[in-house]
Design a protein. Sequence first.
Lengths: 272, 171
Amino acid sequence: MNSAGARIAPLQIVNGAMFLAWVWKLRVFLLFDTIYRYRPLRVSFFPAFLQAPAVLELAYCAALALSLIFGLRSTLTRARVAGIVWLTSAGVLLCHEGAYNDATFVTVAWVALWMTWYAWRRRRTPEDELIAAPFLAQAIIALVFLGGFVGKLTPGFLDGTVFYDIYLRDRDFWFFSLLREYFAAETLPRLATGYAWLVVAVEGIGALSLFFPTRAALVFGIGVMFGMIVFNNFLLLSVLAPLIGLACAGLWLESRRIQESPRGAIHGVLRA
Amino acid sequence: MSLDLPLIRFVRQVRRTRDVGAATFLSLVALVALLALATPLSARTAALMMSRFHLRVQPFAVWAALQPIPSMYNFENRYWVSPRPLRADELEILPAPADVEARYINHYPLRVMTWAEGRAVLLAPLADRWVYARTCYRGACVRSAFHVSVQQAPPAGVVVSTADAIRWPDE
């Protein structure tokens, strides 16, 4: 792969991941948009334009369109524009009455920031981006875990009350239905406590992954995020796909760094 | 022997190449991480973060600036949706009164009225509703109450409602 191609590949990965997140939301988004059009709710906290369904639609569609334009023909210029549009769209949606609570736009905002920074940065040395970019990917993923971790350090979470009510009581999802089927009703609160501690422990390790070797941190992050999607909620794919894409882009860059390092080059010669 | 941790490699590289963009990016991540770490240590930070969930941070620009802080499944968030105003004791009893929907929710408890999913259910009866939300963290709580009133129901099918903040019972 030539130098320009190598520069574009991580951008294609994160752009594809954010596109997947957006498309995964499409059916729900269309339904929600109809509700917002027919059941407007005036809340004085939000400026009028951030209550308008048209702003929501524009922000959603602009990111989708620019993402496609970059995906169909990937140039650095298109990546730069797409990065800015992703960032702006996520920023608008994070402040819109109809979307502010959706964690998808938090993860997209951070991944879009990484994409914009990576696309616009001036290359200083050949190995420059192979050090800074994967580490910043690692830092963003650790930050997301940290945010989840600190917010759960409270009795209602640690004793399982919250998780019991949200998940184990009646959530219609294969994993929780299976638990309800196999365990007695009085055992479920204890399971919820164990589940809460497991989540807190995993998120704590995720936060500390900032200090792990990059490859280990990113592989850990991908594994945990896939686990959350499979065992918790398939809709989480829209929240976590951008971070999984970021981790993959980071892994791709880290592999190149290792290959191009003196030790990696010796291994390459030996393999050849 | 030198440590080859990614963080150390990054700092060395940034210093060598004077990469201001990368340094600024990491500083932003560090700033957000510090805010997150301060949440369990500082009551004021925790109150700010909980107020964000209740749409009570002013001015709006400050609330907007806090929005990218990752806070999935943060705090103990509970909401109550009722067809009538509730008394303070009705917000404490378990289980909640039969005509009241009361649940824990992962984050941003007021989304029960603002987000489409909750809004569709909340406004389906086309009648007034009272929404209460409480977020607690390590002994401190932020409470919000709203009266959601149906303003008009023209034949076109568009129903405009207004959510007005009211006092939490007994406050």
